[in-house]
Design a protein. Structure first.
Length: 190
């Protein structure tokens, strides 16, 4: 019966230890990069999903919005600077903005008007731990927020505050990544 000698085992263990000393210090840095990359690609995919929901005329959930109907302003995503999540919303009143609260006389998405909004949150999406939405452009919204809505058939894209391109910058430790979308629907990761 053939087996390993003590010297062969010691050589293999020392090789593994030497290789691990080179790989392990970079593990956290590599993991941080991958976490940021995953979040950026998820954000891009969620923008695409909101666009697809609008193009496919996805109706609202009656349990959340009081009725099943296509929202008057389509579907969108709302961002708030310095937060660790963003919101997929149904633009019930068609103003191209996210309404977090509603008017007391409005009981469903179908009854919403610009003067009588209805709470439009469909789903809150959290980013990975430690990642923040650090900057939004355009910046002149009063609450440092940004809303991007999609309305069929093309879809027509609305950016609020008004701009031709929106930029969302995500930060994790010293790393940053930026996602942009323009009025033609082109999503880029920079």
């Amino acid at each position: 019966m053939r087996s390993f000698t003590l010297i062969e085992l010691a050589v293999v263990i020392s090789i593994v230890l030497i290789l691990s000393t080179f790989a392990f210090p970079n593990f956290r840095e590599i993991n941080a990069k991958f976490a940021l990359d995953r979040t950026v690609y998820k954000l891009s995919q969620d923008l695409r999903n909101a666009e697809e929901m609008s193009m496919s005329s996805q109706t609202t959930d009656p349990a959340i919005f009081g009725s099943a109907l296509f929202p008057a302003g389509g579907w969108g995503i709302y961002f708030k600077e310095a937060s660790s999540s963003y919101i997929l919303f149904a633009d019930c009143d068609g103003d191209g903005q996210y309404d977090a609260t509603g008017h007391p006389s409005t009981h469903s998405c179908a009854e919403a008007e610009i003067s009588k909004p209805y709470p439009e949150k469909f789903k809150e999406i959290s980013v990975e731990a430690g990642i923040k939405i650090s900057a939004l452009i355009p910046k002149y919204a009063p609450d440092n927020s940004l809303a991007i809505t999609f309305f069929p058939p093309d879809p027509a894209i609305t950016i609020y505050p008004s701009a031709t391109t929106a930029f969302m910058t995500l930060v994790f430790k010293a790393r940053t990544e930026t996602v942009s979308i323009n009025l033609n629907g082109l999503i880029e990761i920079q």
